[in-house]
Design a protein around this ligand. Structure first.
Ligand SMILES: [Zn+2]
Length: 285
């Protein structure tokens, strides 16, 4: 099964560039189907209100639940104090399986990481070339998986690529995605040094063509089992790491100091036996 771990869906509201204006999925879904991509992780484009943007992504996922898997986009600063509720809703009500953070908004805070840990969700964080941040995050939250898209830089900063490949090698919980990486040697380096279990196929659709991005992975010429990991096995494994319920309580409680949030947490835990993410059985390869 081929899973694209990085695609945008829905509308942005700033309208100054494609990535904050519109991420229409129609052409992407046609291209992905033709390329043999079975499932796609989707999250919002840049938005001034991610609670609204996530709800739009949920509606899009609901229209193609056999093909789309949602991640909750959060702004670590602007959404401070409500990240737990935003992610909790996305997991419980919409079946979302991860968190997206963009460094251009704000880098992940402890609140984001605690919520990720509590729900057992991977965090896909664009570090916009500031790869040193990964060396802060990864050791602080060794049980949270961080996916670094574009090997650290969409704009092809080779220093960031170098650093992220090194971090993927040193930290068991750091992964890289292939989306938009045009300096091919760094993809090869990632597989060779960090291993095929650390690299994830992503397209950054709908703006990049998923077949072109997929072809890059094919060009790595990996052994079949290794290629399967990069093309879907790794992201399926990361999305399938649901934490046991008792472990949720302390982490959720730490996630925020606000009494009102804490009450909401307790309610969430006690009222919803299905709080832990649903089975990922259908994503297994
Ligand atoms: Zn993207």
């Amino acid at each position: 099964m081929i899973i694209d771990c990085h695609c945008h869906a829905g509308k942005g509201d700033r309208m100054t560039a494609p990535w904050n204006t519109d991420a229409p999925l129609g052409p992407y879904l046609r291209r992905a189907r033709a390329a043999g991509i079975d499932r796609t992780v989707v999250f919002a484009p840049f938005h001034s209100d991610y609670a609204r943007a996530n709800a739009e992504v949920a509606r899009i996922v609901a229209r193609a639940p056999d093909r789309l898997i949602g991640f909750a986009f959060v702004h670590a600063d602007r959404d401070a104090g409500r990240i737990l509720n935003m992610v909790g809703r996305a997991v419980r009500d919409w079946g979302f399986r991860g968190i997206k953070v963009h460094g251009r908004d704000a880098m992940p805070t402890r609140e984001v990481c605690e919520v990720a840990r509590a729900f057992g969700l991977p965090v896909l964080v664009d570090v916009i070339g500031q790869a040193h941040v990964v060396d802060m995050l990864a050791p602080q939250y060794p049980d949270v998986d961080f996916i670094i898209p574009h090997l650290g830089s969409f704009s092809g900063d080779w220093r960031a690529h170098q650093q992220v490949v090194d971090q993927m090698t040193r930290h068991t919980n750091v992964y890289g995605d292939t989306s938009g990486v045009y300096r091919f040697d760094y993809l090869e380096m990632a597989v060779r040094q960090a291993g095929p279990e650390k690299l994830l196929f992503g397209s950054d659709g709908p703006w990049l063509h998923p077949a072109a991005e997929l072809h890059k992975v094919k060009l790595l010429g990996l052994a079949a089992a290794d290629e399967r990991l990069v093309l879907g096995g790794n992201i399926a494994r990361l999305m399938g790491r649901a934490r046991p319920r008792p472990a949720l309580r302390p982490a959720l409680a730490r996630a925020t100091a606000r009494p009102s949030e804490r009450a909401a947490v307790e309610k969430l835990i006690h009222s919803d036996p299905a709080l832990a993410p649903p089975s990922l059985a259908d994503y297994q390869l």
